[in-house]
Each structure stands twice: as C-alpha cells, then as structure tokens.
Write a protein that binds this ligand. Structure first.
Ligand code: PRP
Ligand code: MG
Length: 180
C-alpha cells in the first residue's frame, strides 16, 4: 500500500494538531448548546473518532452514510443516502463532520436535507477543503486546512474504497489511477 503513495502531504502529528484546534473551537462555541455531531460516512469515520475526543463538552453523535464518488476521483453529482440518521434533529445544534469539502455537492445537499428537519442550528466542520474545486457554494465554519487541487487518500479518505486506513494523508502515484 505504501508503495502506491507518491507524496505524504499531512503527517499524523500535523493532522492531530488540526483536530485538537478544531475540537477546542467547537468546545468553546457550543458550551451552552445542545451539540449533536453528525458524521458523514464513510470518509469522516477517522476524523469523527478523533474530533469527538478532542471536544470537552457534552456531545451526542449520529451517523449518515452517503456516497457520490463511488470508485472514481470525480463526483457523480448524485448524492446517494445509504444510511440515514437515527436521531430526530428537533432541538439540536448540529455540527456536520466531514473529511473533505471538494465540489461542495455532498454538503450542499445534506445541509438542505437536514435543515428541513428543524434543528436549532447547523454548521459544518471539515478537516480538508479544496476551494479551487468548488462547484456549489458551501460555508464551513470549522476547518482543518485548505488543500491544493489533488486527490488525497488516507485518514478515512479513499480511492476505490482503499487507503482509508493510512494514518497520514497523501497523494497516489498517477499509475495507481491508471493515468500515466
Ligand atoms: O464536495 P464533494 O465533491 O461532494 O466531495 C466530498 C465528498 O466526497 C467524499 O465522499 P464519497 O462520496 O467518496 O464517499 P465516502 O465518504 O464513502 O468515501 C467525501 O467523504 C465527501 O463526503
Ligand atoms: Mg470516497
């Protein structure tokens, strides 16, 4: 698996520093609120596990599984809900936890869907943001860092369901995508 990596972009230590910073920001802002963290599976699974432990106030958690990239590197533009939330959102202050904001289509769809369920508030927390790729406007109040226009893997992020278990974030060699 490591042989497929062209370059490590973000080390475990750097990712940990971003997670701790964002966790402290959310802990401060939601101290007097009814926080529900909504993890968008599968990609945010690792970020969610670390972020929730960096949050020092009471927080409930729930999970949605959506997919729009399938086995490729480009969004299909169609967001498929594979597993919906269990919790009724009324009365909660929601923070949607994502691994990456790319075209914006997934989160644009999800925010509108979850708004219709009448929570107190909704904000977005994404570990990575690719502003150059945005196709629809989405505002992430909490963010690890902006990244260049490259397809990244690791720390939950996949290519064709692989590489999610890498502890760091990197880019694959072009030949792995079948591009030389
Ligand atoms: O801003 P966008 O262009 O919509 O891209 C972002 C979405 O793409 C990835 O999910 P994916 O569809 O790959 O499913 P996964 O989380 O199971 O990998 C990622 O986890 C985000 O949910
Ligand atoms: Mg994916």
């Amino acid at each position: 698996m490591l042989n497929d990596i062209k370059e490590v972009l973000y080390s475990e230590a750097y990712i940990d520093s971003m997670v701790k910073r964002v966790g402290a920001e959310i802990s401060h802002d939601y101290a007097d609120k009814n926080l529900l963290l909504v993890s968008v599976l599968k990609g945010s699974v690792v970020f969610m596990a670390d972020l929730m432990r960096a949050i020092t106030i009471p927080a409930r958690i729930d999970f949605m599984c959506v997919s729009s990239y399938g086995s490729g590197t480009k969004t299909s533009g169609v967001v498929k809900i594979i597993k919906d939330l269990d919790i009724n959102l009324k009365g909660y202050d929601i923070v949607i936890v994502e691994d990456i904001l790319d075209s914006g289509k997934t989160l644009h769809y999800l925010v509108n869907l979850l708004k219709s369920r009448e929570p107190n508030s909704i904000e977005i927390c994404t570990l990575f943001d690719k502003p150059e790729r945005r196709e629809v406007e989405v505002y992430a109040k909490y963010k690890g860092c902006d990244i260049p226009d490259a397809f990244i893997v690791g720390y939950g992020l996949d290519f064709d369901e692989k590489y999610r278990n890498l502890p760091f974030v990197g880019v694959l060699k072009p030949e792995v995508y079948g591009e030389v």
